[in-house]
Design a protein. Structure first.
Length: 295
């Protein structure tokens, strides 16, 4: 039997609850993550997959494809009986294969394209953020005792591992970022520990990376003392569209999936899914959440 674990400090009033699934044949590590949405009456299942010596959460199943950030197609095959009320829009299915995964190949580049050079999307920006929780708590970040002199003496191999950025296949972010973003951007992850910054570079209609884009995406992980959805401390992602044009304010992506019931964002999501799945809806604002954090 699959064992599911719940954090002891889980708030009973939290709109979202996360369960960790452990397979009896793979003890000692999380095999699946189950996310339960109270307000949306929905469940999503993620598998924990390894790539380049790191682990990623990849969506496998949802009970409601309309509110899924990945493009999921409900079954259109003939049915012997009507679908249950909770499964009218269910799609996908958990992968139960326990076989060893084949080795992965990681592509890195040492040159990072920073469109504005304001420091928030380049070297050193991964360490802190104005939105970070001020309390000290274990965040899973690796220690780095390398001195500045040692960094200057890095070999070509060490530079490829610790500088620049590495390409992330879109499947690794399936269900975490809207499909509308993954289909139009190449996503790279910063090689500098603790790997808190991802960047999205626009694609051309031919599927190539634009040589002179007018913007890039910055996806930054932020330490939060209390995640609004789960009501316990953890990580959130700040998605920002940074324009090359001087003086043009950046755009920040609004989170329609985790919007609390009764808020304008939740009502907006409920309305828009009548026209399009949430995976293809991008809601942007020029309001900078960092301004409130710093002022």
């Amino acid at each position: 039997d699959i064992l599911f674990f719940l954090l002891e400090d889980t708030d009973p009033n939290a709109p979202v609850v996360v369960l960790a699934g452990v397979h009896p044949k793979v003890r000692g590590k999380v095999w699946k993550e189950v996310v339960v949405f109270r307000d949306l009456r929905m469940v999503q299942v993620y598998k924990i997959d390894a790539y380049g010596h790191q682990h990623y959460r990849i969506l496998e199943y949802t009970t409601d494809a309309r509110y899924c950030l990945a493009d999921q197609q409900p079954s259109f095959q003939d049915r012997d009986e009507p679908w249950p009320d909770w499964g009218r829009y269910e799609a996908g299915g958990p992968d139960l294969n326990l076989d060893d995964k084949p080795p992965s190949v990681v592509m890195s580049r040492t040159i990072v394209k920073d469109t504005s050079g304001d420091g928030s999307c380049g070297a050193g920006s991964s360490k802190k953020d104005p939105l970070d929780d001020e309390d000290e708590w274990s965040d899973g970040e690796p220690s780095d005792d390398e001195t500045e002199e040692e960094k200057k003496e890095r070999t070509v191999w060490e530079r490829s591992q610790k500088e620049g950025e590495q390409y992330l296949p879109s499947r690794l972010l399936n269900g975490l970022l809207p499909a509308a973003i993954l289909q139009k951007y190449f996503i790279y992850q910063e090689n500098e520990t603790p790997w808190r910054v991802l960047r999205g570079y626009p694609m051309t209609p031919e599927g190539e990376e634009e040589k002179d884009p007018d913007h890039i995406l910055e996806i930054k992980l932020v330490k939060v003392g209390k995640v609004p959805a789960t009501c316990h401390r953890g990580w959130c992602a700040l998605v920002r569209k940074r324009w090359k044009m001087a003086g043009k304010k950046p755009w920040f992506l609004l989170n329609l999936l985790y919007a609390k019931e009764g808020t304008p964002l939740h009502s907006l999501a409920r309305t828009l899914v009548r026209l399009e799945d949430l995976s293809q809806i991008l809601a942007w604002t020029e309001m900078d959440p960092r301004e409130g954090a710093t002022g």
